[in-house]
Design a binder for this molecule. Structure first.
Ligand SMILES: [Zn+2]
Length: 275
């Protein structure tokens, strides 16, 4: 199940962005075109991690797709640098249908450096860790869990400003309901995965947790798995170090990751969800 595609076809998103290996780009583009969507290709490839990726913009109108491609031209990951990055990111977020509050929170991180905590300290931290520390709330809503995107378990495709952001939750809930209407079992198993507490380290390694009855001690930890069963080795070694760790009230674990910063726990299992 591809939640992004379902969100687009259900009208919950005005446009989506697709990335693919350059060798696969023609095939993916043709597949998307065959659905009747308008598809435009970025002039340059992006660098995601160390991987070169082709970027496709999928929309219902040529004007929307062209506006999205134009807005991202100066801020393509690993390229860009031209124009006004703030204005470009704001426009990309708007054209992809992301909540304005979540885009503004991203821009605030961009201003100080996305690899640095709001309170300062070292740079070079994983963007997911910095975003998670900023969005943390005691009872996070599983529907806006963005931390399992690497294993393709997600309802949102942006960083929520808070893990209970009403605008983000409303978007995610609409998509959850669409998924459930298409396949109740698949939607329920996605929600079961998203509803687990997640630990994230400052290098971006992450693990799924089971907490003990007190909610203050890690009973078990496991690396998230992709649908083919493969886990990131960094996630596996983080998980192996977390059993018995204590979770403080603010989310910090008594385990330090790289740069001496504590591993952080976000409890996406603390809230009841719609059935
Ligand atoms: Zn928000």
């Amino acid at each position: 199940m591809d939640a992004e595609w379902i969100a687009f076809t259900a009208g919950l998103k005005p446009a989506i962005r697709r990335t693919a290996d350059p060798a696969d780009l023609d095939r993916v583009e043709a597949q998307l075109r065959a659905t009747g969507a308008v598809v435009l290709r970025a002039a340059q490839t992006a660098l995601l991690g160390a991987r070169e990726q082709g970027v496709l913009y999928v929309a219902r109108s040529a004007a929307h797709a062209a506006a999205l491609r134009g807005a991202e031209e100066g801020v393509l990951p690993g390229r860009g640098g031209a124009g006004d990055p703030r204005a470009s990111h704001r426009e990309v977020g708007r054209l992809l249908g992301f909540p304005a509050c979540c885009v503004e929170a991203f821009l605030a991180r961009l201003d100080r450096g996305v690899d640095r905590l709001a309170e300062g300290g070292p740079t070079g931290l994983a963007e997911d860790y910095v975003a998670a520390r900023g969005a943390w709330v005691p009872a996070a809503d599983a529907r806006v869990n963005p931390l399992l995107m690497p294993v393709r378990a997600q309802l949102v495709s942006f960083y929520p400003c808070r893990y209970d952001c009403p605008a983000a939750v409303a978007l995610a809930e609409a998509l959850r309901a669409s998924l459930a209407a298409l396949g109740a079992k698949t939607a329920a198993s996605l929600m079961a995965l998203l509803s687990r507490p997640v630990a994230i380290a400052s290098d971006g390694a992450r693990a799924l947790l089971a907490l003990d009855e007190s909610g203050a001690v890690v009973a078990r930890a496991a690396a998230p798995r992709r649908s083919d069963g493969v886990s990131d080795p960094r996630d596996a070694s983080l998980a192996a170090s977390l059993t018995g760790a204590r979770v403080a009230v603010g989310g910090a674990l008594d385990r330090a990751g790289p740069a001496g910063l504590p591993v952080w726990c976000v409890d996406f299992g603390a809230r009841a969800l719609p059935a």
